[in-house]
Design a protein around this ligand. Structure first.
Ligand code: CDP
Length: 220
């Protein structure tokens, strides 16, 4: 079974997807982490984003593997922390708009979901990667609230962070992600919208679990 969770940056997708997956004993797949890893590879290897040959060459070299607890290995190196740094965040929307990158990531995502139950989070999961997902959720929250949450998260991890930079990053990425040509960030027509602006993590997780249980047990 596939549960798709899409939504804009810092809307609470990751925490929600992780907890929902835990409760249902499903695998959690964070597709954003995959695009972040590709971005890190491109930055480290100085891949020129306007050169399709360089992009294809780089894409072919990337091997990704998720371990337990959202540890992500890229070519056998743990990149879980580095993919969250500002330099990766700055370029991830540009890199993830590239067709060759998306083709490879979508292929890998479908492979991972072939033989297991998954909660998959991203931007295009319900619209493009798994249009037949049994459940589709679109998580939204007020942009100021999202910036506050991301600011707290980054401050704890990396220290010296400016709130306005975080707010501008979210607004910029949302705009780029929603306006790109290939698989833009968009609510699938049949997705259920969850507004988390004034919800706690537990409340949003419970809301999703209730919807899933009600449908599975035919209670609505
Ligand atoms: O955690 P945060 O909301 O900051 O973003 P993320 O889920 O880690 O995704 C990082 C970036 O990857 C997004 O801003 C998108 O540009 C891209 N992405 C995408 O294009 N398609 C996906 N399915 C997931 C992420």
């Amino acid at each position: 079974m596939i549960i798709a969770i899409d939504g804009p940056a810092a809307s609470g997708k990751s925490t929600t997807a992780k907890k929902v997956a835990e409760k249902l004993s499903f695998t959690h797949l964070d597709t954003g982490a995959m695009y972040r890893a590709v971005t890190l590879f491109f930055l480290d290897n100085k891949t020129v984003l306007s050169d399709p040959d360089q992009i294809q060459y780089a894409v072919n070299l990337i091997r990704l593997k998720f371990l337990k607890d959202q540890i992500l290995l890229m070519n056998d190196v743990d990149v879980s922390a580095e993919i969250r740094t500002g330099r990766v965040t700055e370029f991830v929307s540009e890199v993830s708009a590239l067709q060759q990158v998306r083709e490879k990531m979508v292929y890998l995502q479908r492979e991972i979901a072939k033989f297991q139950d998954v909660v998959v989070e991203g931007r295009d999961i319900g619209t493009h990667v798994f249009p037949d997902a049994k459940f589709k959720f679109f998580i939204v929250a007020d942009v100021e609230e999202r910036a506050r949450r991301r600011y707290d998260e980054l401050k704890n991890k990396f220290g010296d962070i400016n709130f306005n930079d975080v707010l501008l990053d979210l607004k910029g990425r949302d705009k780029k992600d929603a306006s790109r040509k290939i698989s833009p960030l968009k609510k699938a027509e049949d997705a259920i919208v969850i507004d988390t602006t004034s919800l706690t993590i537990d409340e949003q997780v419970d809301e999703i679990i209730d919807i899933i249980n009600n449908k599975i047990h035919n209670r609505s």
